[in-house]
Ligand binder design. Structure first.
Ligand code: ACO
Length: 321
């Protein structure tokens, strides 16, 4: 038995902020951002929330899969920017969708979150515990970034992507390779709110996203090709046999470097980073859903999805569409 993706959906906030707009907020320029990252604009929430974006993407994925919300048995939201500490975004999305029969919970694996959700869902479905899953990557990173720090605020955007997974006898997930290295957690982090119990007398305000960009860059260009090669080896495929490599949209230069290391043409590495920036856990499902909507995915296509991010975490998944 395999596990396959039967429907996808994406949702972005209405408001678009281009690089020139950001140059009115921090000392930066369209030229610097485009050259270093490939980002031209990002979508930022005004009235939308992580939950509303997640529900919007999920509704489209269900429609695309031809499924009703009540049929969903497992609902996982990957996010680091939930609207509430509790309950989970997944439970709030469950209510908005009417997915009354689903077990709903969130996971936190930053930019690898969607792949971690795929990892979990594949295991649950293969074990026979659930027949299907609705996976969502949703973020409003604009509330986590320090809007006075030009080194980070220009990199991120808000959005959500979703996918429905079901058991399948034919095509689907062929292999996965996934990992974490907690010893490097400080490279990329965002502190929670300080404890203000009478013993701690915590001071200050909730933290912002802090990143050692060059360390993350080095980690990504080294780890992602190894992880992809490992997943391909498990699937018995070579990079030449892959139709598209969908990588986490963090930086165009990282994607180009991975393409070079795998000796593959850049055309096989679709990108939307110019339009969406880095939407963390939402980045892969948004890209996948947009490609599906554009009719760029055909039965039998072999896809590699690969992500990396805070934790540090990483993962790759090989699947036949
Ligand atoms: N505009 C103009 N100048 C800037 C900006 C900006 N927005 N940001 C930084 N600079 C300046 C710096 O101050 C520095 O100036 P200096 O030389 O006078 O000190 C100069 O540009 C170079 O800065 P670097 O940090 O060395 O720039 P670099 O080429 O490394 O690019 C970047 C920075 C884009 C962040 C890159 O390191 C990168 O993409 N790293 C990976 C980030 C990533 O992939 N994150 C994904 C995970 S996110 C998650 O998991 C939530």
């Amino acid at each position: 038995m395999k596990v396959r993706i039967t429907g996808t959906g994406w949702e972005l906030p209405e408001y678009e902020a281009d690089n020139n707009y950001l140059s009115t907020i921090v000392e930066t320029s369209d030229e610097w951002i485009t050259e270093r990252t490939g980002i031209r604009k990002r979508h930022l929430v005004k009235d939308e929330t992580t939950t509303s974006l997640a529900a919007g993407a999920a509704k489209k994925a269900l429609l695309n899969a031809g499924m009703k919300a009540e049929e969903i048995q497992l609902l996982i939201v990957a996010t680091i920017s939930s609207d509430t500490e509790t309950p989970s975004t997944a439970c709030q999305v469950q209510a908005l969708l009417g997915a009354a029969h689903a077990v709903a919970f969130d996971i936190n694996a930053a930019c690898s979150g969607f792949l971690y959700a795929v990892h979990i869902a594949e295991a649950f479905i293969k074990s026979g515990m659930y027949e299907n899953a609705l996976l969502i990557g949703a973020e409003t990173l604009s509330k986590l970034v320090d809007w006075t720090d030009r080194g980070t605020c220009v990199l991120f955007g808000d959005g959500a992507g979703a996918a429905v997974l079901t058991a399948s006898e034919s095509q689907g997930i062929l292999s996965q390779s996934i990992g974490s290295n907690g010893s490097k957690w400080e490279v990329l982090s965002c502190a929670g709110r300080p404890n203000q119990n009478p013993l701690c007398q915590g001071e200050g305000t909730p933290g912002y996203l802090r990143m050692d960009g060059q360390e993350v860059f080095k980690f990504a260009v080294k780890t992602v090709p190894i992880c992809i090669e490992d997943a391909l080896k498990k699937a018995g495929l070579s990079p030449d046999e892959v139709t598209y490599f969908l990588l986490h949209q963090a930086n165009r230069r990282i994607i180009q470097s991975v393409a070079k290391r795998l000796k593959q043409p850049e055309e096989r590495f679709p990108m939307n980073i110019d339009q969406c920036a880095n939407t963390s856990a939402a980045s892969l499902p948004i890209l996948l859903a947009q490609m599906n909507e554009q009719g760029r995915l055909h039965p039998g296509d072999r896809l590699v999805l690969s992500g990396f991010g805070a934790g540090l975490t990483w993962g790759a998944c090989v699947l036949e569409w």
